[in-house]
Structures are given as structure tokens and as C-alpha cells.
Write a protein that binds this ligand. Structure first.
Ligand SMILES: Nc1ncnc2c1ncn2[C@@H]1O[C@H](COP(=O)(O)OP(=O)(O)OP(=O)(O)O)[C@@H](O)[C@H]1O
Length: 260
């Protein structure tokens, strides 16, 4: 569905992504993992067409991104960025309704009534009782859920998520990952999420992609990617990897390093 071919990107002289290639298929949930500053968000922004590559290309259903009109792209691809919500002052309902912008004409109206869609998204993300509160009256986790509700009402075919569980306690982390997975499967979407929580990535993603200094280190199932050797190479972290007792996926435990 989305093909990334020999993609390179630089900030000034600094190479951030180096000839990265990958094929992202419909009806699959991908997790991008890797250490801080390794180019994960940059890759997501290149896939969204927000950044322009120095070399290489991204195509969506066989069409290069620059040839797809912006509005059309916005109807098909939704992005949840870190701190991507509008300035404070808007209510939760108004923010969620902004997910419909790509479908509206210049008067700000659209043919179909989308109020029910907003109600459903608010309910799904547990925000119905907060619908009329403004953003500054919300906690970080509630704001994050509002951002996700906005993505849902956009009804995209592709969802790109940049660290969707930041600010969330484990209950809401689990809720968001399960909501995204459920939504992805029901609508047969392509989801690509940058994730720092490797255990959640192993549990909820169909495929993991490990980025190291802008290059592909490993990709495939969680069992293939989350090995002690890869974790040490990526993060310089000491871990013990066990198998989840019920899910047959790897789970990481930190191993205190007595030599440090
Ligand atoms: N606008 C910018 N100008 C210059 N350098 C930038 C800019 N944005 C990001 N960078 C640098 O590019 C590198 C890759 O950034 P990116 O945000 O893609 O990393 P990341 O893997 O998502 O990191 P993290 O896990 O910390 O969110 C970082 O070293 C960052 O400092």
C-alpha cells in the first residue's frame, strides 16, 4: 500500500535517514522502534508527505506522494503527532470535529452529517463526559485521547502514530493500543506507529521495524526483532527476554548492570 524506496533525508549535512526501503501493506499494524534521535519521527513525516526526501521516494498505492493532491492525501492518511493538537481554547468536541476538515468545502460544511461519527469517537476514547471542556482543562492523557478521536473521525485508510501512548498511565496505554488494534482490524487499515514501549510493540504490532542511525537494523515478527543482541546494539541496554506466558511473544525485563 505504501512503498518506501531508497529514502534518504538530511538536516543540513547531517544524514538522518540513509537509503531506507520498506513495503507497508494494507490491513497490518507496524511498529517502528529504535533509540532517541534515530530518525523514527522523520520517517513517519516522510511517509505522511510532510517532509520532502533528499533522495528516494514514497508511493501510495503506486502513485508517488507529490502527485497526490494534498486534500486527497489528508482524507486517506491521518497522522497523530507528538503535541500535534491545535492551540488551547478549543473544546474537545471542536478538536475532534477538525478531523473532518479534509472533507469540507471552503464554507466549512460537508454533505454528510458527521455528528454521529464524532459521538462514536468520543465514546470509543472515553471522552463523552469531557466533550465540552476546553483543551487546557484536560490532563496530558485526556488530550492524547482527544487527538486519537480526531484521527478516528477522519476515517482514513492509513494511520501514522508518533508515540501514541506518551503521557498515558498503563490503563490508558493498554486502552489506546487495543483501540488502535481493534480499529485497524475492523477497518482493515494500515497503521504505522513509532513506539518506545517494546513490550506493547511486541503484543500489539504484526511487524516491527528497528531503525538504527537512520538505517534498517532488523524487521519482521517481534521474535525476530526483539533479541538481546538487537536490543544491546540499539539501546546499549542489558535485558533479559522472556516469552509472555499467554501470548507467545517476547517481553523484555531490564537486567541491572552491576559493572556500571
Ligand atoms: N528541524 C530539525 N532540524 C535539525 N535537526 C532536527 C530537526 N528535527 C529533528 N532533528 C534531528 O534529527 C534526528 C532525528 O530526529 P527524529 O525526531 O526523527 O528522531 P526519533 O527517532 O523520532 O527520536 P525520539 O525517539 O527521541 O523521538 C535527531 O537527532 C534530531 O535532533
Amino acid at each position: 500500500m505504501i512503498k518506501v524506496n531508497e529514502l534518504s533525508f538530511r538536516y543540513g549535512e547531517r544524514v538522518i535517514l540513509d537509503r531506507f526501503s520498506y513495503s507497508f501493506e494494507k490491513n497490518r499494524f507496524y511498529g517502528i522502534i529504535g533509540p532517541n534521535g534515530t530518525g523514527k519521527s522523520t520517517l513517519l513525516q516522510l511517509i505522511a508527505g510532510v517532509l520532502t526526501p533528499a533522495a528516494g521516494s514514497v508511493s501510495f498505492e503506486g502513485v508517488p506522494l507529490p502527485r497526490i493532491p494534498r486534500k486527497q492525501l489528508a482524507q486517506r492518511i491521518a497522522v497523530l503527532q507528538q503535541g500535534g493538537l491545535p492551540a488551547l481554547g478549543f473544546t474537545v468536541r471542536e478538536v475532534v470535529a477538525m478531523g473532518r476538515y479534509p472533507y469540507q468545502n471552503w464554507l466549512g460544511s460537508e454533505k454528510n452529517d458527521f455528528e454521529k461519527l464524532i459521538d462514536d469517537a468520543l465514546q470509543l476514547t472515553g471522552l463523552t463526559h469531557l466533550a465540552n471542556r476546553t483543551l487546557e482543562q484536560l490532563s496530558g492523557g485526556e488530550r492524547q485521547r482527544a487527538a486519537l478521536a480526531k484521527v478516528f473521525v477522519q476515517q482514513p485508510d492509513v494511520i501514522l502514530l508518533d508515540e501514541p501512548t506518551t503521557y498515558l498511565d498503563i490503563g490508558y496505554q493498554q486502552m489506546i493500543m487495543e483501540l488502535v488494534q481493534q480499529w485497524q482490524r475492523e477497518k482493515k487499515l494500515l497503521v504505522v506507529a513509532v513506539l518506545h514501549d517494546l513490550n506493547a510493540a511486541a503484543l500489539y504490532c504484526d511487524e516491527l521495524i528497528a531503525l538504527d542511525n537512520g538505517k534498517l537494523l532488523a524487521a519482521g515478527s517481534a521474535k525476530t526483532v526483539l533479541t538481546s543482541a538487537h536490543i544491546a546494539e540499539l539501546y546499549d541496554a542489558h535485558t533479559v527476554i522472556i516469552t509472555h506466558p499467554e501470548q507467545d511473544v517476547p517481553q523484555l525485563l531490564l537486567q541491572p548492570n552491576k559493572e556500571r
